[in-house]
Design a protein around this ligand. Structure first.
Ligand code: UT7
Length: 372
């Protein structure tokens, strides 16, 4: 039997910090309100030269470093994002090129903040079925670019960042045990970016109405979230034959401390079994679960052999959970140091681009001169 182990993890966060006090200079709010209603103290905001893909590449390279793996060995790159680089091409394609995953297929998953949990579940299934050996899953966001900085209902919540996992096949028991995925499209209007897609392409009207920004019915999302966080975790536990008490740690989507507290009550677990770091980063959507995981490892709260659950909810509506046994990196020898590998991959990418330009010129010339 093949198991899907999480063997690498990495995060990338912009340097710029935006505090609650900073936001109170933009809209009618204050630090006390934001902290007591959400738990958030500050969030990170991407610099002009950063984007979802650049953050994703940084997080991915760190995850590959931990896994002792070169991107050459990846079979698949999945990026989950609510703020992708473009409608197309997939952000995953840009990440695939950026890390030199020359043998990997690459695609995006869109399930709002639940996207990362869904993507890890899919990656684990691909590995367990025997069709893939190594998969990179990334959650990456620059939601600050889609926030209306005059809307106090939403601008206090979101932050930028990326997190990544490497999943690898092994015959040793462990890794991702079970996953559950749910959706309810009847609630799609509760949390959305209405314009910019095929239904409402960006126009002067959509820009004037601010429909290219995140729109949210906060109370509705809050009620839904408090209902599904515990139920999804219970379902995933049941599927893997575990009890809530078996869990060393729950790593939930970092949206609001009150939502996490409701999940803790629903699971009858103390809050110290929950990883919470939303005070520092706000809601980083798909990136929140992997960033929290990396910080759980860094702070010694997540160790080899621990039974854990990941749980998330988001627009769609969507929600899902996973249970796993934490593996840690495999003691394998890296074939080529990452820096050297990356340099070679970059040279390859530049040569391929140049070749394409030359090819285009030749074909253009040929096309102009040829006589049928
Ligand atoms: O990944 C999923 C992303 N989304 C979420 O997780 C959102 C889930 N929802 C929430 O976290 C909460 O609903 C919010 C934090 C967004 C809002 O908290 P709330 O306790 O549901 O507040 P509310 O919307 O009921 O607003 C209460 C009051 C209102 O004033 P009135 O009508 O009572 O006079 C709001 O106008 O607070 C006011 N308010 C604010 N005041 C200061 C709303 N936003 C702010 C603000 N600062 N930023």
């Amino acid at each position: 039997m093949t198991y899907a182990h999480i063997t690498g993890w990495g995060k990338a966060l912009p340097e710029k910090i935006l505090t609650n006090d900073d936001i109170s200079k933009l809209v009618d709010t204050n630090d006390e309100w934001i902290r007591s209603r959400t738990g958030i103290r500050e969030r990170r905001i991407a610099a002009d030269e950063e984007s979802s893909a650049t953050l994703a590449v940084d997080a991915s390279l760190r995850a590959l470093e931990v896994a002792n793996l070169n991107a050459f060995d990846l079979d698949l790159v999945i990026v989950a994002s609510s703020s992708p680089e473009h409608i197309f091409p997939a952000t995953a394609s840009i990440v695939q090129d950026g890390i030199g995953a020359i043998n990997a297929g690459a695609f995006d998953i869109l399930a709002a903040c639940t996207g990362f949990v869904f993507a890890v579940n899919m990656a684990a299934q691909a590995i367990k079925s025997g069709s893939m050996q190594s998969v990179l899953v990334v959650g990456a966001e620059t939601l600050s670019r889609f926030v209306d900085w005059t809307d106090r209902n939403t601008c206090i919540l979101f932050g930028d960042g990326a997190g990544a996992f490497v999943l690898q096949a092994s015959e040793e028991p462990g890794g991702v045990f079970s996953g559950v995925m749910h959706s309810d499209g009847s609630g799609a209007d509760l949390l959305s970016i209405p314009a910019g897609g095929s239904k409402e392409p960006v126009s002067e009207i959509t820009l004037a109405e601010g429909n290219h920004y995140i729109q949210m019915e906060g109370k509705g999302v809050f009620k839904f979230a408090t209902r599904v966080m515990a139920s999804a975790t219970k379902e995933a536990l049941e599927k893997s034959g575990l009890e809530a008490e078996d869990l060393s740690l729950v790593i939930p989507h970092q949206a609001n401390t009150r939502i996490i507290e409701a999940a803790a009550r629903g699971l009858k677990l103390p809050m110290d079994k929950f990883m919470v770091n939303l005070d520092k980063y706000g809601n980083t959507s798909t990136a929140s679960v992997p960033i929290a995981t990396v910080e759980a490892v860094e702070s010694g709260r997540l160790n080899r052999g621990d039974k854990i659950a990941f749980v998330a909810f988001g627009g769609g509506l969507s929600w899902g959970a996973l249970t796993a046994e934490w593996t840690g990196p495999y003691p394998i020898e890296r074939k080529v140091p990452q820096k050297r590998y990356l340099f070679l991959a970059k040279v390859r990418s530049v040569l391929l681009r140049a070749l394409r330009v030359v090819e285009g010129m030749l074909w253009g010339h040929y096309g102009r001169d040829r006589k049928l």
